[in-house]
Write a protein of this length. Structure first.
Lengths: 106, 159
């Protein structure tokens, strides 16, 4: 069910700083909310996110319940070579999703 | 007769007051609903250890008045040349009054090019948000913003 939205420029000049935007659809249930009958809804969040550029990790994040639903993250990297970005989200209840995007560096 | 009625009323009030006091105490001690400034300080200590945190270099961009605490756009920017000798290792964001003091930890490196991260956060109350950056020389720099939240997040009831 989960789906990711990735925004990486298709082309970049060598050495250019590019912006990467990612969005993963996820409820990010905090574990602090209660139902009408007073029971606590168990926590269900994404706990970590990582981005690898041609296999090398360039960005990683630890997420907490204070991150809004459908975690959206923007960060930067230097376009060094053509290749692939791999994104990975890991969370509670065995949540694990990956996505990738390719870039052409001239 | 009249005297007895008075005394039962007094007893009843006394009992009710006692019961209220008894039930009020466990609620306060068992459920610390908010992260206190002490929890915030402890969470920061967990990250920085004994190192000094200096104000500056970090720019924390959050709207000062937030209508809906469920999604608050936040951008952290750190002044750094981002070269292989001088770069930002990580950015840590904390809050004062959510149930938990941590918001997120973001790990960058010299390959980031620009030390800037954006995301969307939740705020359970009007409060202070703190961003701390760790540079490659292991010095810590911080910025904080006070935010007014009209509709709180996290703790509301699900219908």
């Amino acid at each position: 069910m989960a789906s990711a939205l990735i925004n990486v420029p298709k082309k970049a000049k060598r050495g250019e700083i590019i912006e990467i935007k990612t969005l993963m659809s996820h409820i990010m249930e905090t574990g602090y909310r209660r139902t009408a009958s007073g029971e606590i809804i168990p926590r269900d969040i994404i706990t970590s996110f990582a981005c690898r550029y041609n296999g090398v990790e360039i960005f990683r994040a630890d997420l907490f319940p204070a991150i809004a639903a459908n975690p959206f993250m923007t960060f930067f990297t230097v376009a060094t070579e053509s290749g692939k970005f791999d994104f990975e989200w890991i969370g509670d209840r065995g949540f694990s999703e990956t996505a990738s995007a390719s870039i052409l560096v001239e | 007769m009249r005297k007895q009625r008075n005394s039962t009323r007094r007893q009843f009030l006394g009992l009710a007051g006692g019961a209220a006091a008894l039930s009020a105490v466990p609620i306060v001690t068992v459920r610390p609903a908010d992260a206190t400034p002490a929890m915030l300080a402890a969470a920061i200590r967990n990250v920085v250890g004994e190192a000094a945190v200096r104000p500056g270099k970090v720019k924390l961009d959050v709207p000062p008045l937030v209508e809906n605490g469920n999604t608050v756009p936040m951008t952290v920017n750190v002044l750094s040349p981002m070269t292989s000798e001088d770069y930002v290792k990580s950015i840590h964001v904390f809050n004062e009054k959510n149930p938990q003091p941590n918001v997120g930890n973001f790990y960058l490196g010299p390959r980031a090019g620009r030390a800037q991260v954006s995301t969307r956060i939740r705020l359970a109350d009007s409060q202070k948000v703190v961003a701390i950056a760790r540079l490659s020389d292991d010095s810590f720099w911080s910025a904080s913003v006070d935010i007014v939240v009209t509709l709180a997040a996290c703790t509301e009831e699900v219908i």
